[in-house]
Design a protein around this ligand. Sequence first.
Ligand SMILES: [Zn+2]
Length: 142
Amino acid sequence: MKDKAEPRKSVKGLDAEAQELIEIAEKTINKHFAIGRHHVASALKTKSGNIYPGIHLDCAGFDNCAEPISIANACMADDKELSLVVAVVKDSRTQSVDIINPCGNCLQQFLVFGPDIEVIAQTPQGIRRLHLHELLPYPYGN
Ligand SMILES: [Zn+2]
């Protein structure tokens, strides 16, 4: 599932590992974008160094997010130590691709499957790497 990214403009303040993950998520949504079906993609890196892309499934309000698809891909490869994740969304009108923060359900799934994971997220200070606990300080069930 490892993928190679194409060059893109860098996000100020992010390290090369984060830049690479963003590039792979962008490449994934640009390849698989389909109106009414797929407009969000994720890229999940594990501690082994492998990267697992995912795309969301738009299904008339019963969507499946991209991030758990990436988690499932990693689990299927028996590569379960999650390290870093990003999700991107593609606007169907402008074709622009931007980083989108995980929803609450995805944050809870990260807590179960990769409690030490970092998330590349939009913040008031720009795009940053945040530990899961910064995005989900008081999780359900803990
Ligand atoms: Zn989600």
